[in-house]
Design a protein. Structure first.
Length: 255
């Protein structure tokens, strides 16, 4: 049985990879703001916003210009995801779920970009995958290359990674991997069938009684707290008491 899982792992890019990450973050923010500006102008003139198909064609033509040919160095899925995010934001706005989309800021908004895996049916051609190189597991991210990552919670080799969201938080880089993995349904159903069910009945004399006859005694938290506070106040008063003095200090009487 196929199930969807999300793994959040910390990645450790070198200086060159960090620069590529920052370029992708900036490109994703630029494409989103560029399309939002065009969509706002289109709404002012025609009364209609830009839709996803129109945005994608605009981005494709933008890459062919001399001014924005640097977008060819950015992964195509990151550029295309900007159109998808803006289209989703407009849909949620018109359905009353969110506010009107606003321009993204480098300081205000989260620094992230999305990569989508291609060729998911063939493990050797998947653009996002976990590989063992020289006995060490590495994460391959589309055209960006290989990067080291934490090994304590990792997707197993052969897992289909659908998307990878690269996020920069607290001066650290993280990869949030949306995966499709297969689990043994027979093993899961057997574990469920072996599970023993127990009924619990809360009571007055006892805190709770189980269906197998076991009981948990009731404890009075209030009395326990009062006894503890009484000991604290008596100890505090004894420290403030002065022997051989008829009139004690005001702090003593306050206690």
């Amino acid at each position: 049985m196929l199930v969807n899982k999300t793994y959040t792992i910390e990645i450790f890019p070198d200086d060159e990879m960090t620069q590529l990450f920052q370029q992708h973050v900036g490109a994703a923010r630029f494409c989103y703001n560029y399309l939002l500006n065009l969509s706002q102008e289109s709404y002012k003139t025609t009364g209609k916003r830009l839709f996803k198909g129109e945005m994608l064609s605009i981005l494709a033509s933008l890459k062919r210009t001399d001014e924005f040919k640097w977008l060819k160095e950015i992964c195509s899925t990151t550029v295309q995801n900007a159109a998808k995010c803006l289209d989703d934001s407009y849909k949620k706005f018109f359905s009353g779920q969110n506010e009107l989309p606003r321009f993204k800021s480098r300081k205000r908004d989260r620094q992230s970009f999305l990569l989508v895996c291609n060729h998911r049916d063939e493990t050797s051609k998947q653009t996002i995958r976990v590989e063992s190189i020289d006995g060490k597991l590495k994460l391959r991210l589309n055209k960006l290359g290989y990067v080291d990552f934490t090994q304590h919670r990792k997707p197993p080799i052969g897992t289909i990674i659908n998307t990878a969201s690269i996020v920069f938080e607290s001066n650290r880089w993280f990869a949030k991997l949306s995966c499709t993995t297969e689990i043994n349904r027979n093993k899961a159903s057997k574990a469920t069938s072996d599970f023993k069910h127990t009924a619990i009945d809360p009571g007055v004399k006892t805190l709770m009684t189980f269906s197998d006859g076991q009981t948990i005694a009731k404890f009075d938290l209030l009395n326990t707290h009062e006894e503890r506070m009484l000991k604290i106040w008596l100890k505090r008063a004894s420290r403030r008491y002065k022997h051989g003095v008829k009139k004690q200090s005001n702090n003593y009487y306050k206690t």
